[in-house]
Design a protein around this ligand. Structure first.
Ligand SMILES: C[S@@+](CC[C@H](N)C(=O)[O-])C[C@H]1O[C@@H](n2cnc3c(N)ncnc32)[C@H](O)[C@@H]1O
Length: 221
């Protein structure tokens, strides 16, 4: 798994838009749905908040929402903190540095965008989902986006071609090609549904799909 520390954290914002086709749209669509679902003064947990993109998008969508920014990388959270300061959002964000299993905070919704695909399906994905479920209220919704198992034999190649179109260099493409098979643990739909059910989360509904990346929404059972 990438460590998201040092240069990996510093370069994240310029790198990620070339690696995830539709990265900005994913965040916009997630925010649009939360806007229709959540009332004012809601609290949203951002699992793997990274450099803060999820929160900046949501904070602009509704000025009364509060956020918990959780991540296991202090470097990513430091960058997020600087961005929130710049955008005047710092007072609306509580930081949780460390594993989600150590958080105990009831929230109205949770986002877990581009995080769970880094965890092997050896109990680690389950642990994360259960920690999300434990923190959301009984009416809570969860948005998850990950690299998933390809639906066609040409989807991964098309994904890499799209990354080149988005500005990824040839060396970057080679690295991504290697990473796709060595650093990600993509799920298929059936296995994802099983893991959600085990964690007392509902069946998933797809709201985003861009080549290898899928976004789903589910709710607490
Ligand atoms: C690809 S970034 C996504 C960041 C952000 N959600 C976004 O959409 O830009 C993945 C983030 O997940 C974090 N991460 C990795 N494993 C994690 C875990 N077990 N719990 C929480 N965060 C984790 C990494 O440190 C990194 O900041």
């Amino acid at each position: 798994m990438p460590h998201f520390q040092g240069d990996e954290a510093v370069n994240y914002d310029s790198r990620i838009t070339k690696l995830v086709p539709g990265y900005e749209l994913l965040h916009q669509l997630t925010a649009a749905q939360l806007l229709t679902l959540l009332p004012d003064e809601s609290t949203i947990l951002i699992v793997g908040a990274g450099t803060g993109r999820d929160i900046i998008e949501l904070a602009n969508a509704n000025e009364s929402w509060h956020f918990i920014a959780q991540d296991v990388s202090a470097d990513m959270l430091d960058i997020a903190k600087a961005q929130f300061t710049e955008h005047g959002l710092l007072s609306r964000v509580t930081f949780h540095y460390g594993e989600l299993t150590t958080l105990d905070a009831p929230v109205d919704a949770a986002l877990c965008l581009l995080v769970m695909h880094f965890l092997p399906d050896n109990g680690d994905k389950n642990t994360l989902l259960q920690a999300i479920r434990r923190n959301i209220l009984s009416s809570g919704v969860v948005f998850i986006a990950d690299l998933v198992v390809p639906e066609t034999q040409f989807e991964r190649e098309a994904q890499l071609a799209m990354c080149r179109t988005l500005g990824l260099t040839e060396i970057g493409e080679q690295r991504m090609r290697h990473n796709l098979s060595h650093e990600f643990y993509p799920l298929n739909r059936i296995r994802l549904a099983e893991l959600l059910e085990t964690s007392e989360l509902s069946e998933p509904h797809t709201y985003f799909k861009a080549l290898g990346f899928s976004g789903i929404v589910c709710h607490a059972l």
